[in-house]
Design a protein around this ligand. Structure first.
Ligand SMILES: Cc1ncc(COP(=O)(O)O)c(C=O)c1O
Length: 333
């Protein structure tokens, strides 16, 4: 049964009362960061590290591959610092995110060619590599490899969880570049009491080693394994885009929280775990952004019916299904 409770203004830990049968489910809302998403931490950490390393002089020109939120966050910082920025996106990037990038002064390049895995990441990176080869001053901070991406969440997100929420029993983290996941694992690895960490990715992403498939919702997943992704003590779950949409719609209509796609994905994973979670356990899911950039997609009935069929609209009244695959990670993988 869903709770009619309205989240307190200003509160970034919000409980989805009644969502899980026996356990408490909480969201850590990252939408309150400037630029509206968790990626403000990554952007600030990468640019800050590059400035400390003397890599960025006034008027420097940067290029970055992004599915949306990192681009908006980098555009905000570059506007304030006077750096020029080119953002390389693809047709899955939210229109609203691209509008924000442009409004903040970034140049946006949309790569239409799919890579060998049917995604766009490989093509976006090939484009950047080509530009770097011909433009010697151009700087690529590369969120898929940059250790500052991990450090942002080790020293930021994970510490905030410990200080303001306490160590949860279970922590569900979405995986895109895997910066959030790897940073949280690094921090929680130093503690005597740790949460059970569940890394959640989109079905069709190759990061966990699964078969590539077409995906439409930006934020999570990759068609190339990110270099910063590595082994550790966590479980892995893949969630279909259909279950992501069902969860987003349930959270919006039942709790008045218009969440972004990857919040739906991590909540769908937690929901599918519901019966396995010990009674009374505190479960925390990281919510990277809100849903206003997804109004033309996840929250649009026409878009949903076109891409996933009319049946999905009927599914919106049914409980979420099991995740497609779950496995404890093996040491050294
Ligand atoms: C909406 C959203 N969800 C999830 C993620 C994944 O975060 P990370 O790159 O830290 O794995 C991102 C990153 O771009 C995102 O924008």
């Amino acid at each position: 049964m869903l709770s009619p409770t309205v989240p307190d203004p200003g509160e970034d830990f919000v409980q989805l009362t009644g969502f899980l049968p026996h356990a408490e489910l909480w969201l850590k809302l990252e939408s309150r960061n400037p630029a509206g998403s968790i990626k403000m931490k990554t952007a600030a950490a990468m640019i800050g590290a590059a400035e400390r390393d003397g890599l960025l002089r006034p008027g420097a020109e940067l290029i970055e591959s992004t599915s949306g939120n990192l681009g908006v966050a980098m555009a905000a910082i570059c506007a304030a610092r006077g750096y020029r920025l080119t953002l390389v996106t693809d047709p899955n990037s939210n229109y609203r995110s691209v509008q924000q990038m442009r409004a903040l002064g970034a140049e946006v390049v949309v790569i239409e060619r799919r890579d060998e895995n049917g995604g766009y990441l490989g093509s976006r990176i090939s484009y950047i590599t080509l530009r770097l080869a011909t433009e010697p001053g151009l700087i690529w901070l590369n969120q898929y490899e940059n250790p500052a991406n991990v450090a942002a969440h080790r020293d930021g997100t994970a510490v905030e969880i410990c200080e303001r929420f306490g160590v949860p029993d279970w922590l569900f983290v979405g995986v895109g570049t895997s910066g959030t996941l790897m940073g949280c694992l690094e921090h929680f690895g130093t503690l005597a009491t740790r949460p059970t960490v569940v890394a959640v990715d989109a079905l069709g992403s190759v990061t966990f080693g699964g078969a590539p498939a077409r995906r439409l919702i930006p934020g999570m997943g990759a068609s190339r394994k990110p270099k910063i992704f590595g082994p550790g003590e966590y479980r892995r779950v893949l969630v279909s885009e259909r279950d992501t949409i069902v969860a987003c719609r349930r959270i919006a209509s039942g709790y008045g929280l218009l969440v972004g796609g990857s919040t739906g994905t991590v909540v769908a994973a937690a929901s599918a775990h519901g019966h396995r979670l010990p009674r009374g356990s505190r479960v925390l899911a990281i919510s990277p952004d809100l849903g206003s950039a997804y109004l033309d997609t996840i929250y649009d009935d026409g878009w949903v019916a076109t891409h996933y069929g009319d049946g999905l609209l009927q599914d919106l009244t049914r409980p979420a299904r099991e995740p497609v695959r779950e496995e404890p990670v093996k040491a050294g993988t």
